[in-house]
Design a protein around this ligand. Structure first.
Ligand code: NI
Length: 390
């Protein structure tokens, strides 16, 4: 007899229905007005006195019957600017907006946790704070506004989850330490001197210079970074020229850098600039280099990670911890982790037999909805354990 599990099963269908509702009516970053209203309504019905935070976010708190720690759980609530092609009855009716990152599931799981723990209140030591965060998808992310508005005041530790397609349904991906990278950007504008293609000696070829830089930047990770480190540099944009016989006078290069250590991040950006400067000097071109630092890396704290692992074993079984490597993707959950200890987990939603094969941000992205009960139970149980910690 396990009351927490029974409560999750009791409310499972309601959590699925909530997820379908949010999937049908997705809203993009900073415009989560209806989403916020629906969350407030649900929490009010649980007598949790929710309040608006960070413009379109929501915060609420459940006090347990006994004293203990205060544990926050965060769900991000925004959708993507993407046309939904999931082909299910709950397909988005909002043109060009889609919950293709699974945040619909994050909202409904956290509402599920709130409902389950409200019924479990007599056994709860400590308190649980529910954080519904807007604007995860758009840099600089809504986490900073949430923190500014007091989301972490008095909080001892924090948990968060992301539904994750590469992780099989029925398992939870979690590890201590490095979990997600810091996603940075850069852009390089090269200024040469244009001219006719038949008289290259009179020009400074910006297109050729940019091409040489693009090739050379691909040696930064392989030649300058310790092979045992984890880092990525990818160039996703190179634009120059308008027609076949004109040597263009300018070129633009844009790329992304992913890393886990500040020293590695600094070294990569130093090398980008040194290489760009050297090649431009040799060619007689000038350049403008811009770096845009994204979220910090997500680093899981060991004790909170242990609480999640224990919750996975108790909820799903000993062998349901999915061994994950750090993801080179980024998450603004890292801002909370800079303030308080916590852990972020991947809730498996992939299921080949049900055709759940499309990655996050794909127009056909969907989830195995069985994952919602698993995620609800693991988050609720991990929070209960952490809140009861002496
Ligand atoms: Ni996401």
């Amino acid at each position: 007899m396990d009351l927490l599990h029974d409560l999750v099963i009791k409310h499972q269908q309601e959590v699925i229905d909530l997820r379908r509702y949010f999937h049908t009516y997705p809203e993009v970053s900073k415009k989560e007005f209806n989403t916020q209203r629906k969350i407030m309504e649900f929490l009010t019905a649980l007598s949790l006195s929710p309040k608006a935070i960070a413009n379109t976010g929501v915060m609420a708190e459940l006090e347990g019957a006994q004293p203990g720690k205060r544990i926050a759980i965060r769900a991000d609530i925004d959708a993507l600017e993407l046309q939904d092609e999931c082909g299910k009855p709950y397909q988005s009716v909002n043109q060009g907006v889609c919950h293709a990152c699974g945040h619909d599931g994050h909202i409904s799981m956290l509402l599920g946790v709130a409902k389950v723990l409200t019924d479990y209140r007599e056994h709860l030591a400590g308190s649980i704070r529910f954080l519904f965060q807007p604007t995860e998808e758009r840099f600089p992310g809504g986490a900073l506004s949430m923190i500014e508005d007091g989301a972490l005041d008095g909080v001892d530790s924090i948990l968060g989850a992301h539904l994750w397609q590469p992780v099989p349904v029925g398992t939870i991906g979690i590890k201590s330490g490095r979990f997600m990278a810091s996603p940075d950007e850069f852009s390089i504008v090269i200024q040469g001197r244009g001219g006719h293609g038949s008289m290259p000696h009179q020009t400074v070829d910006a297109l050729l210079t940019a091409s040489q830089i693009a090739v050379a930047l691909n040696t930064v990770i392989s030649r300058n970074i310790d092979p045992l480190e984890q880092a990525v540099l990818s160039i996703g944009y190179l634009h120059s020229g308008d027609t076949f016989n004109i040597i263009p006078d300018s070129a633009i290069l844009k790329g992304t850098v992913r890393s886990f250590e500040e020293s590695v991040r600094q070294l990569i950006f130093e090398r980008i600039e040194t290489i760009t400067k050297g090649i431009c000097e040799a060619a007689g071109a000038t350049y403008k280099f811009d770096k845009i630092f994204g979220f910090p890396p997500v680093i899981n704290e060991p004790n909170c990670t242990d609480a999640v692992m224990r919750a996975v074993k108790e909820s799903l079984g000993e062998d349901k911890i999915f061994v994950v490597n750090p993801s080179m993707g980024g998450e603004d959950f890292s801002y909370y982790l800079e303030k308080v200890p916590g852990a972020f987990m991947f809730v498996g939603v992939g299921n080949d037999t049900k055709g759940i094969i499309y990655p996050q941000h794909h127009p056909k992205y969907d989830i195995d909805e069985d994952a919602l009960a698993y995620g609800t139970e693991v988050m609720a149980r991990a929070a209960v354990h952490l809140a009861a910690t002496k």
